[in-house]
Design a binder for this molecule. Structure first.
Ligand code: PRP
Ligand code: ZN
Length: 292
């Protein structure tokens, strides 16, 4: 396949931050082999006409909306904050990484009793749009102080009373003697595109490969032995499996072997439940590729 003949597409990815490694890894799992330019700002696709642009996450919605990039991988928090109604931008699918939340956080000792506690206070944030909409939905009037970074030190500097910032592990809050008071937005990484689901070409192929990667990551192949009498209960306990294969066991009339693809993660709790229902010899295997 010649790479030069086709139009090259661009995917915008966060340059350095919580989404970078997972985003690049996802592109690799979708089959992309790339070399990173010397300036570290572009990953040139060697086996597909796909280049990855490494940019500030806050710029990703605009780059995609303006058509400079065909697709973007960005947190839903940034998407919501930076996307206006005129932009014709939509998440194509949520991805399985980048989970974090946008929360109100207050200095230790502050008695938070719901949104009303914020009335008349100064709230520092980098998310004035999401915060403003939330305050409005709560019917609370407060003074939103927009800062582009270092939001967590604003209360100590006397620039704000409380903050509204992203929390992932919570260590930034802890280090700044702040306490999470209320979650106002739950976020995950998402694939975004202009006008929603891409219809054709490499953007569509990438979206469909990503969907396949996501379902495989969750999928497991499970094998077990089950008493015939417990078969109905065991099938009920298998998470997200359609029709399992049931096979006789040599020399045993009371037991069968069950093989199934589970489209959800199989947790220890599930296995414990299966065991309690009479299953034995359980094996859970990862699925490498799947094409439905
Ligand atoms: C957010 C936020 C905090 C940190 C919280 O910044 O502003 O600094 O993450 O994470 P933690 O709970 O794990 O300590 P982010 O890394 O998203 O940077 P950005 O907003 O400048 O892109
Ligand atoms: Zn950012």
């Amino acid at each position: 396949m010649t790479v030069q003949a086709e139009r090259r597409i661009k995917v915008a990815v966060q340059k350095s931050g919580r989404l970078t490694d997972n985003s690049l890894h996802l592109m690799e799992t979708c089959g992309l082999i790339y070399s990173r330019g010397r300036d570290q700002l572009i990953c040139f696709g060697e086996n597909m006409p796909v280049d990855v642009l490494l940019v500030r996450d806050d710029d990703i919605p605009e780059l995609v909306a303006e058509g400079i990039c065909d697709l973007g991988i960005v947190g839903m928090n940034v998407f919501r904050e930076k996307t206006s109604d005129e932009m014709d931008l939509a998440p194509v699918m949520e991805l399985d990484f980048g989970r974090c939340r946008l929360s109100i956080a207050v200095p230790r000792g502050f008695e938070y009793r719901g949104a009303q506690s914020l009335a008349g206070l100064r709230i520092a944030t980098s998310y004035p749009r999401i915060l403003g909409q939330w305050l409005e939905s709560q019917g609370v009037q407060a003074d939103v102080v927009t800062l582009s970074g270092a939001v967590e030190i604003a209360p100590r500097l006397g620039r704000a009373d409380v903050i509204c910032d992203l929390v992932s592990t919570g260590s930034t809050l802890l280090a700044n003697e702040l306490e999470e008071a209320e979650v106002i937005f739950d976020s995950k990484a998402a694939l975004i595109s202009r006008g929603g689901e891409p219809a054709e070409g490499w953007p569509a192929r990438l979206a469909s490969r990503m969907r396949g990667v996501l379902s495989v990551r969750e999928s497991k192949y499970i094998m077990l032995h089950a008493p015939r009498a417990a078969l109905a209960e065991i099938r009920r306990l298998l998470p997200g499996s359609e029709s399992p294969t049931v096979m006789p066991l040599e020399g045993r009339d009371d037991k069968v072997a069950v093989h199934a693809v589970c489209r959800e993660n199989v947790f220890w709790e599930t296995l414990e439940g299966l065991k309690a229902a009479g299953a034995s010899s359980m094996l859970v295997l990862p699925v490498e590729k799947m094409l439905a």
